[in-house]
Design a protein around this ligand. Structure first.
Ligand code: ATP
Ligand code: MG
Length: 475
């Protein structure tokens, strides 16, 4: 069953029930009110008449006074007035009906004969009209003996007509309410199901692989925010799709360059290598370097997939950071010299040993220095600084290189991201470095200004020897 049907259905059931109960109550009240009113008027008149009789006529014979009594009683009433003998015989009738008729079969008359006022609702046997009759005993003042009855009869046709009209009005209003509520319910459910249909349509297309579709956000409600989330998801998938394609093309390019160079040198050596030792040396050196580049690339890719799957385990040991930094600086200084870049180490204070995987830390520092060397022009400067800060050992690699634009800075830590698509590299270095630092329960932060240079800070916790160690063991 669709949401729309369920929603409108339950809505309708509640409203119909409410309206029905209310209508029944109202109609019953109206009927009671009108009938009760007529009854009360007749009863008042009958009571008044009876007390009038008791005051002034009780001593006289009912039969002889009946005509005078009738004109007195009927004077103030629009109802039909009858005077009846104690035995139930009709004496006088304001409608001019002949006397002598037996009235005993009417229940109200029977009650009145026994001395109690009686009420009867029924059909007039002559006109077949609905009527209300009230009979009241006419009693003697002293002993209360019933000397006769006065009977007031009124037609209920007008009252029933009024009740009928009010009932029609009430039912019409009820139906109007139900139809307005139904229309509103349909509208409301339509606004909901419309958004859901949009979402489903978009989700269907996404299942088929079309992530360019965007869901329209119709209202600012939960469904609207779901639409936004779905759109965001689709654009993320598109973005990662794009990254994947970029990665494949850049990785093919990265693989192709050393391979082309290796193949070129192999061909050259085959043709001319036999009698040119120098050429052979030069060629083999280049082939070796290019093979190293290939190995580095493949290692990086393997590392990355391992880190991404959480399959890597670190070999924690006590590491002397200062020694490590100096070692790496001297390892890379020939390249810095070659590029005409100054590479300096500034260890501001004595650093305690930290628990770390020394090879992985080396890898991180080499990645950072490789970046700085790549993006710093000759006569530039790279500084590796180390100091303590609030329970952390901080290593900062700062360069005076090209810098990274603000809008790109947030992405450089993403895998496969390169600010310049044509630059050398796979875009994995920083992503891997960040993951390694995170495995050390530390943090890697990068800040940069275009044209001025880049700073990368690594924070490594000092005191948490045990927590780091035990967390690692659990993994
Ligand atoms: N010191 C820096 N100066 C300027 N740009 C930088 C610097 N470090 C990183 N970048 C930018 O960030 C991008 C991502 O760097 P990352 O180290 O992750 O990848 P890569 O150096 O391109 O490739 P890889 O390190 O895998 O060989 C770089 O392509 C570059 O655009
Ligand atoms: Mg790099």
């Amino acid at each position: 069953m669709s949401i729309q049907k369920r929603l409108v259905g339950s809505y309708m059931v509640v409203i119909c029930l409410t309206v029905l109960i209310l209508e029944i109550f109202l109609i019953a009240s109206v009927r009671f009110y009108y009938f009760h009113n007529v009854e009360r008027i007749l009863m008042n008149q009958a009571e008044l008449s009876a007390s009038f009789y008791q005051q002034y006529f009780a001593g006289e014979d009912l039969a002889t006074q009946s005509e005078r009594l009738l004109s007195g009683f009927a004077h103030n009433s629009e109802a039909q007035v009858q005077i009846i003998t104690p035995s139930g015989q009709l004496l006088q009738d304001s409608n001019g009906v002949q006397g002598g008729l037996s009235m005993k079969e009417y229940p109200d008359v029977q009650t009145a004969i026994s001395g109690v006022p009686g009420i009867w609702k029924g059909k007039d046997p002559v006109t077949n009209e609905p009527v209300l009759a009230v009979s009241y005993p006419l009693q003697a003042l002293e002993d209360g003996v019933t000397l006769g009855e006065v009977r007031f009869v009124t037609s209920l046709t007008a009252t029933l007509h009024t009740i009928h009209q009010i009932t029609v009005i009430l039912i019409t209003v009820g139906l109007l309410v139900i139809s307005i509520v139904t229309a509103l319910g349909l509208l409301l459910s339509w606004t909901i199901t419309r958004s859901i249909k949009d979402l489903k349509h978009a989700a269907d297309l996404m299942t088929e692989g079309d992530f360019s579709i965007r869901v329209r956000k119709r209202y600012r409600d939960e469904l609207g925010s779901l639409a936004e989330t779905l759109n965001m998801m689709a654009s993320r998938i598109l973005k990662s799709e794009e990254l994947k394609n970029d990665f494949i093309s850049s990785i093919s390019h990265e693989l192709r360059t050393p391979l082309t160079s290796i193949k070129g040198w192999v061909i050259t050596l085959k043709a001319n290598g036999r009698d040119n030792q120098q050429l052979v040396h030069e060629g083999l050196d280049i082939i070796e370097a290019e093979s190293d580049r290939l190995t580095h690339l493949v290692d990086e890719l393997l590392d990355f997939s391992k880190l991404d799957n959480g399959r890597i385990t670190l070999q924690f040991a006590s590491v002397d950071l200062e020694q490590l930094i100096r070692q790496i600086a001297s390892q890379l200084s020939p390249r810095a010299v070659r590029q005409g870049v100054a590479l300096d180490v500034e260890v501001i204070e004595k650093l305690p040993h930290v628990q770390a995987d020394v090879n992985r830390l080396k890898q991180v520092l080499i990645n950072l220095l490789d970046n700085s060397l790549k993006y710093t022009d000759p006569r530039g400067r790279i500084v590796i600084r180390a100091y303590r800060n609030q329970g952390n050992a901080v290593i900062c690699v700062e360069d005076t290189g090209a810098g990274i634009a603000e809008d790109k800075l947030a992405n450089v830590l993403h895998k496969f991201y390169k600010a310049d698509q044509h630059a050398a590299g796979s875009g994995l270095g920083l992503a891997i470095s960040e993951q390694i630092i995170q495995l050390h329960h530390g943090e890697l932060r990068i800040s940069s200004t275009v044209g001025k240079g880049t700073k990368v800070h690594i924070f490594l916790p000092i005191g948490s020897y045990r927590s780091v160690f035990s967390a690692q063991k659990v993994e």
